[in-house]
Design a protein around this ligand. Structure first.
Ligand code: UDP
Length: 237
């Protein structure tokens, strides 16, 4: 049985894309299989999804758009990704609920409600949080931390392309060593780019662990970490 009862999985938008598709149905199915492997261990799963595969506010601002409008577009992109994940969940017989950080009408999804979310999670449903924090000038990493606090998650699983945090860039240095654990203070002091400083600071204050891991390379990694294997880097107090 996993030491974690409830996890918040942070997926970047790029984790859902392929070279040909902005959201790739085959990749989505793979993501849902990974989610299922956590549910099979009686672990409750909340998800916060990014939107970087579609829009990022900072990039739109660099190209000349108003930053706040760009961020609104970025947050709407996360809603699209959340709908794509929930569609794939349904197809694969996983019950899922999408919630948004700002109200969206038309039966598209519900607004974030922490009590409803916790109820749904305890019933074994997956809750997919979209629109980040609901405000511009934040990232979905901060949104993930916020939702983790709201649903009393034990840990934020941050899926990245690298299998943890290293003492130097593993792409440049073949002798780079992966940290098994790291303190929040050290992560902030070293200005590690895996999560923004506000996300680290919020997790530190609320005593929520962050596990940085590589999700898609091996579909069993999340499940094996939940069973106790040390396959990523845990940041904690
Ligand atoms: N965003 C925002 N507020 C939030 C979360 C996200 O304004 O609380 C916007 C921001 O423009 C960001 C975009 O949504 O660039 C997509 O999110 P992010 O870049 O974090 O996605 P990811 O890199 O995880 O795919």
């Amino acid at each position: 049985m996993s030491k974690y009862k409830r996890i918040l999985l942070k997926l970047s938008g790029e984790a859902l894309a392929s070279t040909n598709n902005t959201v790739d149905p085959a990749t989505l199915d793979k993501v849902v299989d990974i989610i299922k492997s956590a549910l099979d261990q009686d672990v409750e799963v909340g998800i916060v999804v990014g939107g970087g595969n579609i829009f990022r506010g900072a990039a739109l601002a660099e190209a000349g758009m108003n930053r706040v409008t760009g961020d609104h577009m970025g947050m709407l992109a996360t809603v699209m990704n959340a709908l794509a994940i929930s569609d794939s969940c349904r197809k694969n017989n996983v019950e899922a609920l999408v919630m948004s950080g700002f109200p969206i009408g038309g039966g598209v999804c519900d607004p974030v409600d922490h009590n409803k979310a916790k109820q749904a999670l305890s019933e074994g449903k997956v809750v997919i949080f979209s629109a980040g924090t609901g405000s511009p000038c934040f990232t979905t990493d901060t949104g993930a931390t916020l939702r983790a606090i709201e649903i009393d998650a034990d840990v934020v699983f941050k899926a990245t392309k690298v299998d943890g945090v290293y003492d130097s860039d593993p792409m440049q240095n073949p002798d780079a060593v992966r940290y098994e654990t790291l303190s929040f203070d050290k992560a902030i002091e070293k200005n590690l780019k895996i999560m923004d400083t506000s996300a680290f600071a919020m997790c530190r204050e609320h005593n929520i662990e962050i596990c940085v891991f590589s999700m898609l390379e091996d579909a069993n990694t999340l499940s094996n970490i939940l069973k106790g294997d040390s396959l990523g880097t845990i940041v904690r107090n």
